[in-house]
Design a protein around this ligand. Sequence first.
Ligand code: SAH
Ligand code: SF4
Length: 426
Amino acid sequence: MNVFDSERISDSLSNIGIRKVRKPEWSDLIILNTCHIREKAAEKVYSELGRFKKIKKENPEIKIGVIGCVAQAEGQEIIRRAEIVDMVLGPQVYHRLPKIIKRIQEGERIVDTDFPIEDKFEKLVQSNNAKRPPVSFLTVQEGCDKFCSFCVVPYTRGVEVSRSPEVLIKESQILVASGVRELTLLGQNVNAYQARSETGDNFDLAILIKEICLIKDLKRLRFVTSHPKDMTDNLIQLFAEEKKLMPYLHLPVQSGSDKVLKDMNRGHTVRTYIDIIEKLRKIRPDIAISSDFIVGFPGETEEDFSLTLDLCDKIRYAQAYSFKYSPRVGTPAYERTNLPEEVKVSRLARLQKKINLHQTQFQMNLIETIQEILIEKRGKFSNQYIGRSPYMNPVVITSAKDMIGKIIKVRIRNSNGLSLSGEAVT
Ligand code: SAH
Ligand code: SF4
């Protein structure tokens, strides 16, 4: 989501003559887009600002802004801690940037962490003559009403808001017209998408996907991140019906223990989660499932943790992200007793070992099969191209012809654990 926000901001600022440069040293405005989800991410902001301090010393005219969720959460505190910062902007006010940039150029220091009701993306104008890479994101929903007890998102991104379906269809058309072939619809709870069109029709995510898939030159569609509570039967059914919807679903479970899920206030059980996966596999047996996990949540016992390992054995994820629990100020879990670091480290290592094993097995199963690969970019070596399988695996191929943006049939030959390689078949 931050990548999408950054792209949209730079797209929109290019309309007022601001252009991207490759090094902060060459610029006269640095905007740092930040993430607050775990402590490590938030800490990075201050180490980056330390680096920028030297740049500002060399060039006192340079303006520095901190935007995103750290800006939202820390506001004024950032200006207090880092005097080189000229503006602090929360994620809902990016459309005010052109005016704010003008004001900081005149010497003001600005903190804006408002939650206005307007859709910032409608004002962050998407340029419609740009040539874009074949794979792109599109934010359709933002914010979260779920309040998991460990999570800062409801506080930094605000309540769930869905963007207008007409606007999203229009923006998708513009993206496809400028070269996009695969679109990933984004939202903190993307499957909670609910909006009414101007003509009064109710749109959920399944309906929105069907409409966007009507765009002829769009070849593939994905969506991320889904919550188990909002995984409706209509949406599940789409994996059987909609050819452009790729057989890959990121559905975070966080833990395999019902007790921990309850303490996390996740609003689903292990059983209801497994039921969703079983329904999906019944109608789309090859679907690749991915998840997020948190280990070492306050109160998680060794037995709770072993239930997470058991769940992994049951689901056999094609890939997954796993994190040590990170206490976040202002969340309910922050008040609870944090487990010792060594317990978290050991559990994370054991979980990741299992996830990696399953990931490797998923990849090995693709060897000698023929897969349709959408080529996204050039590889490191000449004539090398990198694309993705329908299941999201990166695939490396060699070709003398420029393949970017094309979907080609590839016989998978090898896996190195991270990516696959293969050769085009005619
Ligand atoms: N809305 C999505 C997740 C958004 S945050 C969902 O509910 O699944 C992305 C991931 O960061 C979460 O799935 C979780 O695994 C992780 N995460 C969030 N807060 C965390 C914390 N305090 N400590 C460790 N991991 C966290
Ligand atoms: Fe955070 Fe839970 Fe909302 Fe996901 S559903 S963004 S984990 S509060």
